[in-house]
Design a protein around this ligand. Structure first.
Ligand SMILES: NC(=O)c1ccc[n+]([C@@H]2O[C@H](COP(=O)([O-])OP(=O)(O)OC[C@H]3O[C@@H](n4cnc5c(N)ncnc54)[C@H](O)[C@@H]3O)[C@@H](O)[C@H]2O)c1
Length: 414
């Protein structure tokens, strides 16, 4: 079996991770091209994976301008830079692993799905929870009827204060116009999982939420614009960039998005001049720091979803209620209770290596396998599935912004 040849579009955090995972499955795939504007990122990937010089490109535009160069692409650019490379690559006949979210608007998501249908390319969208070992187990239990007929689901995503500050205040996903709204950028995983878990079309959604805390008026008195500007609050501030990014274990945290060079001097300079040194109450962030979504699915199934920044643990929990039992899931433990016999079964799966409970590995493996078999039935988040759950996300955000209830039928037809 000849490994499928893959180009990485966007050699940032996720692109690098996917290239490494493809390297782990060398019998199935090989990275042979890279498109990335940052010289150090591009060079580092080329060296690690033995990418030839004439297969290194500064941008996806340069890559796609050439005749078809390999079998498939991984699109791991930022949220607002998915639709153009995705559609261009599909039109050129590439198969594709596409990072979530598909795109920041429903029209663009539809454009990707249409391009996939036209080209017949094998597409997997990285809805990591569908591939996460424990989340997959929970879904399989529900599908097997372990708790009878599914009635209600209650899912909470704790983003954690430090993570909110890093990614959704100071970082790449803080400003909707530059990336995407919170429910799309962070929680499209959760809404997608609820669609996957229930296996039913969503009918109605409502949502509430706002940016309440990380706002200028909540800055402590006298706070400077940057932690390094002799801010009097810095020594006691939990969001101090000096504590988080300079006097930290710089090799493991923070990621290279703050500084590619992990020396003390480079990190200090990064927070003196870059976005990660800004006071968390004085940034250009506008995405919500808490939001709730209610969904009515077919079969009378109801679901609630809560996203909150205000927790210490960066983790999700799900409670699922059926006619004959319930499942309470927290990372590390799935508890199944059955009503008739008052049974309690605690399921603890062996931990998997790799991000998202082994999900990142699994999505790559299933996608590469489908490239060989040309059978995408094992891909649990193809373009059509992903478009369905993205539609619920866009509808929920519309409901939040308009403070109203949205019918999915009407929203999809609009
Ligand atoms: N599935 C998940 O759980 C998960 C987790 C984190 C991020 N993501 C998503 O993955 C995507 C990438 O996130 P990231 O953290 O790796 O971001 P990143 O900024 O680290 O990487 C994006 C890369 O794209 C490059 N790029 C910009 N313009 C380009 C062009 N014209 N051609 C080629 N490359 C270009 C940038 O230079 C950058 O290196 C985002 O859409 C994000 O939402 C998904």
């Amino acid at each position: 079996m000849k490994p499928k040849t893959v180009a990485i579009i966007g050699a940032g955090g996720r692109g690098t991770l996917f290239a490494d995972i493809i390297g782990e499955y060398g019998h199935l795939g090989k990275v042979v091209a890279v498109a990335e504007p940052k010289d150090d990122y591009r060079q580092s990937m080329a060296t690690k994976h033995g990418v030839k010089k004439d297969m290194c490109f500064n941008t996806w535009q340069e890559f796609v301008a050439r005749p078809k160069l390999c079998d498939a692409v991984v699109v791991a650019t930022m949220d607002r830079e998915h639709v153009e490379p995705a559609v261009a690559c599909l039109n050129k006949g590439y198969d594709m692993l596409l990072e979530k979210p598909m795109a920041p608007s429903l029209a663009e998501c539809r454009a990707i799905e249409q391009a996939q249908r036209k080209s017949g390319g094998i597409v997997a969208v990285c809805h990591s929870l569908r591939y996460h070992k424990e989340f997959r187990k929970v879904r399989d239990l529900v599908a097997s009827g372990a708790i009878g007929r599914l009635i209600t689901v209650d899912m909470v995503e704790g983003v954690a204060t430090w993570h909110q500050a890093h990614s959704f205040v100071r970082g790449n996903w803080g400003n909707e116009a530059k990336s995407a709204f919170m429910l799309l950028a962070k929680c499209c995983h959760d809404i997608d999982y609820l669609c996957f878990l229930t296996g039913q079309p969503a009918r109605y959604v409502s949502s509430f939420g706002s940016l309440t805390y990380f706002r200028k008026e909540n800055a402590p008195e006298g706070a400077a614009d940057r932690c390094t500007d002799n801010c009097p609050c810095e020594p006691t501030c939990q969001y101090s960039a000096i504590k988080q990014y300079v006097n930290s274990d710089r090799e493991t945290w923070p990621p290279k998005v703050v500084s590619y060079d992990h020396s003390y001097e480079a990190h200090l300079k990064a927070i003196q001049t870059g976005p990660y040194g800004r006071c968390v109450w004085k940034c250009d962030n506008d995405v919500v720091d808490h939001q709730v979504v209610n969904i009515q699915f077919d079969n009378d199934i109801t679901a609630t979803f809560t996203m909150t920044a205000f927790t210490m643990e960066c983790a999700r929990r799900v409670r699922i209620h059926g006619t004959e039992g319930e499942i309470w899931f927290v990372p590390g433990c799935i508890t199944v209770r059955t009503f008739a016999d008052k049974g309690v079964n605690e399921i603890r799966l062996a931990p998997e290596t790799g991000g998202h409970g082994g999900g990142d590995q699994r999505v790559v493996r299933e996608w590469l396998t489908a490239l060989h078999t040309r059978d995408d039935s094992k891909i649990v988040a193809n373009a059509q599935e992903s478009l369905r759950s993205h539609t619920v996300v866009f509808a929920a955000e519309e409901a939040r912004k308009r403070n109203t209830l949205i019918s999915l039928d009407e929203f999809s037809a609009s």
